[in-house]
Write a protein of this length. Sequence first.
Length: 709
Amino acid sequence: MNDPRLFGRRDFFTLAGGGLVILVGLRPEDALAVLVKEVPSPEDFNAFLIVQADGRVRVMSGKIEMGQGVMTSQAQLVAEELGVALGAIDLVLGDTDVCPWDRGTFGSLSTRMFGPVLRAAAARARVELFALASARLGVPPTSLVVHEGLVQVVDDPDAHVTYGELSKGARLTRVVGEAGVLHAAADFQVMGRSPARLDARDKVTGAAKYAADVRRPGLLHARVLRPPMHGSKRSKLVTSAARALPGVLVVELPDLVAVLHANPEGAAAALERLSVEWTQPEATLDPENIGEHLQASATGEKTVVERGSLATGRAASAKSFFETFRKGYVAHAAIEPHAALAELVHGVMTVWASTQTPFPTRDRIALAVGLAAQKVRVITPFLGGGFGGKSADEQAIEAARLAQKVGRPVQVAWTRAEEFFFDHFDPASVVTVTAGLDAQGLMSVWDARIIAAGDRGSTPFYAVPNVLVRSSGGTAYGEAAAGASLHPFAVGPWRGPGANMNVFASESMVDLMASATGVDPVAFRLKNLTDERMKRVVQAAAKAFGWTPAVAPSRRGVGVACSIDAGSYVATMAEVKVDAATGHVAVLRLVCAIDLGVVVNPEGARQQVEGGLSMGLGYALFEELRFRGGAVLDRNFDSYRLPCFSHVPHLETVFVKNDALAPQGAGEPPITTTGAVIANAIFDATGARLTRLPMTAERVKQAMAREAR
C-alpha cells in the first residue's frame, strides 16, 4: 500500500508481518487515561506503535500536522525511547480508523499531554524487545544496549540482533502498564536535537497534499448557497437557470442548497444562476458598541479563583487602581481555506478533511448523515494552518451530506470570502480590573471581572493575598454558556484563546501600578513574585535583553510582560518606536525567555516561539474584524490586515533550562504576552496607556493626544 493512511485496525498484523504491537486502552471521556488490563482483542484498544518485521516502526497518532512540527517531534519521542533511527519511523496522523482516539490538536497539548503516553509506549516496546533479545542472546536484559534498532551485548558487540529479526514471526500485543524507564535528558540521543523536519521536503517541493488536493473517481465539486449575513432567512429561491446548465446537479434541502459540477468553475457558474431573496435581521451591533453589549448581556458568571478577602485587601491598600480593557473580534485567516472531500461506498463514509479534530468531526458527520460512528472515517492530510479555526468543520459535514444525497464523491472547498464569513472568530471581550498596593508597594488586592474571554491566563501568579477573579459570557472556546445572542456570529478558540486578552489586561495593570509607584517595571514584578521559576524566567529575559532599570515612561520605548500558559513560563521584552505625528508603532525587537521543561526539538520550539510572537503582532496592532450586525464586512486580505514580513522585528528566544520538568507547551504561550508587552512599551515611549486591542495607529495617536491634555 503506497498510502500508509489507507488501512484499518484489522490490517495491523497483516501490515506488520506479525511484529510487536503496543496498545494503550483509552476511555472516550479521557484520551490520556491509560488502562492496565488484559487484552481480549487489538480492536478493543488503540495501537500506538508497531515494530515491524523489517525493522521499521509504524507510529499512530490522533494528532495532526498543521505546520507546528508534531510530525517530527513525535517521531523524536519514539526514536529516543525505542532506540531506533529517526528515519526508521513512519507516522500515521489523524486517521480515525487507525489512530488512537484524540480530542484534537489544540491548546499546546501534543507534546505536553500526548507526548508522555507516546514515550511510555515506546519505552514499553523497548522492554519487550529487550526481553526477546535476552532470550535470543542468552544474557539478562541489563546486559543489553540498543542503537538504531540494533541490540547488542554490552561486553560482546559481536553478539547482537536487530529489532526486525526479533519481530519476525512474532504476533505480540502489549498494553502500556509497567512502562520502561524513560531516558534521562542527559542521555538523549534524538530528543534535544533539531533534525530536518520530516515534512519539509514534501512541502518545499509541492508534493505535500492538502484536503483540496484530494481527488476521487467521479468527483463533483460543490458550491453552497450562502446568506448575505448571519441570521438571514431565505424567502425565495429559483433554481431553474442553474439546472439548465450542462452537467449541473442542484441539491435543494431546507437548510442546504448547493450546485455541483465535475469542475469547480462549472459549479461557480451555476451558483451565479441561482435567484434568491433573503429576509435580513436588523443590524445593531458594530465594533464600537460591542463592548457595551457584552457588558449588558453576558450571563453565567462563575468564580475562577478566590482567596483572602477583597474587603481586607482594600483596607490594606495605600493606592488603588481601576481600569477597563477591551478587544474586538479577530479572524484566524489561515492560508489554507477549509476543504473536505466525502465519499460513500458500501455504507461507509470516508471524509478527507482539513480539520484539527478528526474524531469529534467523525462523530458530527455520523450524526449529520445518520450513520454509526464506526461507519465514518476521517482522514486528515496536511493542514495549511489552523490556530484553532479548523475545529468546527462545517465544510466536512456539508460534503458528507451532499455525497450521501447524490451518491458520488463530493468536495466542498471554501472560498476566501466563505472562510471569513464562517470563521469562528476570536471573541470580542471586556476585562475590568480593580487592584491595590499596600504601603510597602506590594500587591494587596486583585479583583477582575472577565466577559467573553474565559479564564485562561486570568489567575494571578504574583503574591497577592486577596484575589477574586470572575468570568461570565462563556469562554473563548465559544461554549454554549455564552448564550445565543451574545455574539452576532460564531466564536471559537484562537491561538492562546482568551489568554491573550487576560494577559493584556493583567500585565498592563501591573505595569500601570509600577509606574504609579515610581518603580522599574521589572523590579516591581520581581518584588511581587514568590514563584522562583517565574523569577528565573524574568531574570533570563532581562539579561538577554540588556534591561536597564528605569521608571516608565522612560521614553526609551521598552516594555515587559509575563505569562504562565500551557505549563510554560514566559517573560517577553519589547523595544518599539512610536511616530508622534501618526501614532504608527514599529516593533524593533522582541526577546522571549521561556521555561518549557525538556526541549524536545530546539529549532522546532524556537520556530513555535517566533511564530507566536509574529502572529501576536496582528492582534496587538491591527487585526480587528469589521462587521455590522451579522454582516461580515471583511471578506479577504484586501481589507483584513495581517502582519507582513516587514512588520516582524528582530526576534530572540531564550530557553530557560529545566530538564527536571517534562516537555510543556511552546506553540501558544509566547503569543499570550505579545499584546501586553507592546502596550507597555508604547506606554514607556509615550506615556499613553492603551487599553483597547488592537492598538492601531489612530488609537495610539488619540491616546497620546489625551495624555498631552
